[in-house]
Unconditional design. Structure first.
Length: 362
């Protein structure tokens, strides 16, 4: 996406280096950084320099490629797999990318692995961009249908949670891709952006939408239900970190509450996802998906721009108060209107997914 007139992806390789947008400083400062060692890649994923299911998968693939450039032995490949796999447990794309890399590289002669690994990482990145672009194409039709029922120029009012934007993927985003496509198609939209405590990834979404000229309003996580009761939301679109074979969705904490409010108010609730985020081995998300538990400090403290313009962190709780920080929750398929994938839109169900991915239902 375009940042100050320059097109960026969230991760790329150039001149033998892997570069990322370091999201720890956004939306306050735009910083890019090179990462190289196995530990640097692991830290970047674990500490959310990069984040978002598709992006952490592609990052891990690039991490494998850099490691193969140093040591292409079986042991090094397995060690890198295990190091990256241990960084974050919930998003299935991480495991999917690592399994795909190991399956492609292990049969090769070690001497051929470095080049093959880099080619694979680049391919995964390009595939992610195209998948997300297609999610936008298919999601745009949902927005267009709503717009057609509104007076000329009246915006379609969307609500989204967390950042399932191009910063959570290589480009376009998943939930945001239909929004960018609607803007590009001249369809008026307005996006309610959940701040998404505790890390306020909504600030990333606001930053992206602002850069692309998409009207939006930053709201508290607790405002969404009220807006839906007031008839101020036409459509909810979120991302997902892991979707089960029966259509349950595991996404940023608070998604479930939005889905409940949407159901109660008859607001369509859609999830944008590339097929790399579907875990076909899992059916019941509540029972089977591991929920990442992050540091309580992310809840008791918050980062922002201080009065002197520097980026700082302040405690928002009494000294000594412990924070609890489950990072995701599971929205059962019964609360989801539909899934927007690169192959089209389907019901959040075994049958719905089978209709778009027949090869998986065999
Ligand atoms: C397109 S996946 C985005 C997904 O990932 C985010 O989690 P995190 O910021 O912790 O990596 C959030 O659940 C988003 O919906």
């Amino acid at each position: 996406m375009r940042v100050n007139g320059t097109d960026y992806r969230s991760i790329w390789d150039q001149d033998g280096q892997v570069k990322i947008i370091d999201q720890r400083w956004l939306p306050h400062e735009f910083r890019t950084v090179g990462i190289d060692s196995r530990d640097e890649f692991a830290t970047a994923i674990r500490d959310m320099w990069v984040r978002g299911a598709p992006l952490i998968g592609v990052t891990a693939a690039y991490g494998i490629a850099r490691e193969m450039g140093r040591d292409s032995s079986d042991a090094a490949l397995q060690a890198a797999y295990e190091t990256f796999d241990a960084t974050r447990p919930t998003a299935i794309n991480l495991r999917w990318a690592l399994d795909r890399a190991r399956a492609e590289l292990m049969p090769l002669a070690p001497v051929d692995r470095a080049e093959a690994a880099l080619a694979l990482a680049r391919r995964m990145a390009d595939e992610d961009v195209e998948c997300n672009r297609m999610i936008g194409v298919h999601g745009l039709e949902l927005i267009r249908e709503i717009a057609a029922k509104k007076p000329e120029g009246e915006p379609v009012r969307l609500l989204t949670h967390c950042n399932a934007g191009w910063l959570a993927t290589v480009d376009w985003g998943t939930a945001t891709s239909p929004m960018f496509h609607a803007k590009n198609a001249g369809i008026a939209v307005h996006v309610w952006v959940d701040e998404t405590r505790p890390r306020n990834q909504g600030g990333l979404t606001a930053w992206e939408l602002g850069a692309h000229g998409v009207p939006h309003t930053y709201i508290t996580d607790n405002a969404g239900g009220h807006l839906m009761q007031e008839g101020m939301v036409d459509l909810v679109i979120t991302g997902t970190d892991r979707t089960t074979a029966q259509g349950d969705v595991c996404n940023k904490i608070g998604t479930y509450l939005k889905a409940l409010a949407a159901k109660d108010n008859g607001v369509p609730f859609y999830v944008g996802l590339p097929s790399s985020t579907i875990d076909w081995t899992v059916r019941d998300g509540l029972k089977e998906i591991p929920i990442e538990d992050r540091s309580g400090r992310e809840v008791t403290h918050i980062q922002g721009t201080l009065e002197d313009g520097s980026i700082g962190c302040v405690r928002v709780t009494p000294e000594g108060t412990e924070g609890g920080n489950p990072a995701f929750d599971v929205t059962p398929a019964r609360l989801i209107t539909g899934l927007i994938t690169e192959h089209g839109v389907c019901d959040a169900s075994t049958e719905g997914l089978a209709s778009l991915f027949p090869e998986r239902s065999a």
